[in-house]
Design a binder for this molecule. Structure first.
Ligand code: SER
Length: 316
C-alpha cells in the first residue's frame, strides 16, 4: 500500500492534486503538508500537517514515521517573485529539492518522487515554436535557472543512485480553486476573476503574447498518469515537455467576452513581459504522448465555460 506525501498542498497544484490522489489512493494514505494552512477540504479530507521542506530533519522524521512511499514536492517560488528576491528564491527552490532527493536516496521505502519543472527552463536562444524536448537551454530568469539545475540534479540522482524521479515541464496552469502567486502566466487566472468582479482587467502582458497553457484538470491527470507509468516506458529521466494550448491574452479576452458582454481589457506590460518573451510560444510534447499517454481534454472554449461558472459560484 502506498503512502503519499504532498509538499505544497496549499498551493495552486497541490490543493487540487491532494483531492484527486485521495480519491485514488484513499484519504488516510495521502499526507498533505505545507508551511501554511491549506483549503478546508484539504485539511478536513485526510491527514494535514504543517511541515517545512527546508527542515531536513523534520522531513526525514515525517517520512519514516508515516512510512511514505511516494513524494510530490510542489513547493517553489515562481518566476515573477523569484526575480524580486533572486538569492532567496534560488536557495528555497534548490535546497528544498536537494532535501527531497537526499531523503529519497537514503530511505529505501521511498519509491518515487514527483517534482515539477517548467517551460521556464527554456530561454531566448531556444526555438520558440514547437519547442523540442532537447533544445538549447539558456534560461535568463532565476526561476528558470533553478528549474534547469533541478532537472539536471533529478537526472543525476536517477543515474547515480537509482532514485526514481519524474517530472513535467508544466506550461502555465489555469485553475479556479487556488490562485497561483507571483508567476508570469498568472494573468490567465486573474483575467477570469477580474472579468466577474469588475468587468475589466488590466493585463501585465501584451495582448499578442502567446504562451502554452493547460487547464488544471488536464495537468492533474497528466501528473498522476506519469507517476503511475511503468518506469521502463519512460525515456526521459529529467522532465517531459508538456504543451497544452498556446493562447494570448487577447484570445482569452475574446472568449470571455462571448459570455460577459461589455468586459473590457487594457494592457500595461510590466517586468513579466520580458520573462514571457524568452519562453516558448508552443511546445512539442509528442514524447509525453508516446511514453505515457498524455492527452489534453480542455481547449480554451471549454475551459472558459468552467472557469466562469466555478469562479461565480466561489465568489457568491
Ligand atoms: N507558471 C509559472 C510561472 O509563471 C511557470 O512555471 O512562473
Amino acid at each position: 500500500m502506498d503512502n503519499i506525501l504532498v509538499i505544497g498542498a496549499a498551493g495552486q497544484i497541490g490543493s487540487e492534486l491532494v483531492v484527486e490522489l485521495r480519491k485514488q489512493y484513499g484519504s488516510e494514505h495521502v499526507f498533505a503538508t505545507d508551511i501554511k494552512l491549506a483549503p478546508p477540504d484539504v485539511i478536513e479530507g485526510g491527514p494535514f500537517q504543517v511541515l517545512d521542506v527546508m527542515d531536513d530533519k523534520q522531513l526525514i522524521h515525517f517520512i519514516i514515521r508515516h512510512k511514505i512511499t511516494q513524494i510530490y514536492h510542489l513547493a517553489a517560488v515562481l518566476s515573477g517573485n523569484a526575480e524580486k528576491l533572486p538569492t532567496q528564491a534560488w536557495n528555497i527552490n534548490m535546497d528544498s529539492l536537494m532535501n527531497i532527493l537526499e531523503v529519497a536516496k537514503m530511505v529505501e521505502e521511498v519509491k518515487k518522487v514527483f517534482w515539477p519543472s517548467s517551460i521556464a527552463v527554456f530561454g531566448p536562444t531556444t526555438p520558440r515554436t514547437n519547442t523540442p524536448q532537447l533544445a538549447v537551454m539558456e534560461p535568463v530568469t532565476v526561476y528558470g535557472i533553478s528549474k534547469l539545475a533541478g532537472e539536471r540534479w533529478c537526472d543525476y540522482y536517477f543515474n547515480k543512485y537509482g532514485v526514481d524521479v519524474r517530472s513535467i515541464r508544466y506550461p502555465g496552469l489555469i485553475s479556479y480553486k487556488t490562485e497561483a502567486g507571483g508567476g508570469t502566466t498568472d494573468y490567465a487566472v486573474e483575467i477570469y476573476y477580474e472579468a466577474i468582479r469588475n468587468g475589466s482587467y488590466e493585463c501585465f502582458l501584451t495582448g499578442n503574447t502567446s504562451l502554452p497553457m493547460l487547464f488544471m484538470p488536464d495537468a492533474i491527470q497528466a501528473t498522476i498518469q506519469l507517476m503511475e507509468a511503468e518506469r521502463s516506458k519512460l525515456s526521459i529521466h529529467s522532465a517531459y515537455n508538456l504543451g497544452g494550448m498556446s493562447i494570448t491574452p487577447d484570445q482569452v479576452y475574446r472568449e470571455i467576452l462571448k459570455e460577459i458582454p461589455g468586459f473590457t481589457i487594457s494592457y500595461n506590460p510590466d517586468f513579466r513581459q520580458a520573462i514571457a518573451d524568452t519562453w516558448p510560444e508552443s511546445v512539442d510534447d509528442s514524447l509525453a504522448r508516446e511514453d505515457w499517454g498524455f492527452k489534453q481534454h480542455y481547449d480554451l472554449e471549454k475551459m472558459t465555460g468552467i472557469m466562469l461558472k466555478e469562479i461565480r459560484n466561489k465568489l457568491n
